[in-house]
Design a protein around this ligand. Sequence first.
Ligand code: AMP
Ligand code: MG
Length: 329
Amino acid sequence: MKTRILGIEGTAWNLSAAVVDEDDVISEVTETYQPDTGGIHPREASQHHAKYASTVIQKLLENIKSKGIDPKTLDAVAFSQGPGLGPCLRTVATAARMLSLTLDIPIIGVNHCIAHIEVGKWKTPAKDPVVLYVSGANSQVLAYRKGKYRVFGETLDVGIGNALDKFARSAGLNHPGGPRIEKHAENFKKYVPLPYVVKGMDFSFSGLTTAARDALEYEAMEDVCYSFQETAFAMMVEVTERALAHTGKNEVLLAGGVGANMRLRDMLDIMSNDRGASFYVPEKRFMGDNGAMIAYLGLLMYRSGSITGLKDSHVDPNFRPDSVEVTWI
Ligand code: AMP
Ligand code: MG
């Protein structure tokens, strides 16, 4: 018998629920919050999730029924327990608890960052990679060692995605800014020097974001977009390379929504090739926040006996990946 897990993601902008088994995604239903103006507003995003949670879940259950799967035979419900925006996390956790009670199946709280990693290992040939996880709120270099995913380096302030989105807003570009910056950068003429900040194995983006905003007053938009990318990405690729050297691993995996960026992929690919390491990127649907990754990590946890239970299902907006005991490797 295959294990089947329903997973719900909703840490920030994307509400997404999916059912997976060991082999593949059986069904996934997604409703995306798009701010009218500015960036993600935590309360508005959570209101969006609350408004659509029942339709998304109902649609998902209809889909699996039409494939001959009785929802009562699902093995567990998994949800993003953190890190993320508090109001969004609480909305999704409430939906997951309701499902756990009505279907009478166990509940599993999963770490959102580790879900990004595990779905990448599931959907690429990577087995034991150094991971560069780059999303809106998070930017970390991680690798598995002795029972945990260790954080080798990370941002000291904002995530790279938020830095890109914030700079984009100051340049008059709509949310999400990352893809728009990538497009403008393609037409660059020159590199504009911007602060390159790596401290030990950590990096920081807020000074870079301010300097890039200021540079817009006297430099071309295309050049500043290009220079922002070159500087920020080089910082993260440097730390990823040092983590490879330190761990002796020979695989690099890119995870998170910013991983859609082709320039970041190129830079990681070049660095990996130079070191004789393989570089892996999952299909785009598994890079940004998605329900399948939560369901899949739930599946790994379920099969290794890591059940959370209702009484421990409270959310944690600062849930660190290196606090999780990895029971499935
Ligand atoms: P996530 O939080 O993992 O869902 O990722 C969302 C972030 O990815 C947002 O900050 C987007 O601006 C960013 N993003 C999406 N596509 C791109 C791209 N092509 N280049 C840079 N950033 C991107
Ligand atoms: Mg994410």
